[in-house]
Design a protein around this ligand. Structure first.
Ligand SMILES: [Zn+2]
Length: 72
């Protein structure tokens, strides 16, 4: 599956919190993996990709987070 051609892709980041796009389930760093499973089992999403992402934090140090891409 090509991510670029998939319209409904949700990106989850392990270092931020947000509600599930389809319900009120809250996902943040404390339940990141459960959040992925929530999309898969509750809403039938497909897991496209899980990887690490490095950005520059507010203190100038590299900040590593995990990102998961899920397609509806
Ligand atoms: Zn949900």
């Amino acid at each position: 599956m090509d991510i670029e051609q998939t319209e409904n892709v949700v990106f989850l980041y392990s270092n931020s919190g947000e509600n599930c796009r389809d319900c009120d389930y809250w996902i943040d760093s404390s339940n990141f993996e459960e959040g992925i499973n929530h999309y898969l089992s509750e809403h039938g999403y497909t897991l496209l990709h899980v990887g690490t992402e490095t950005t520059t934090g507010s203190n100038g140090e590299p900040w590593h987070s995990t990102v998961a891409a899920l397609a509806e």
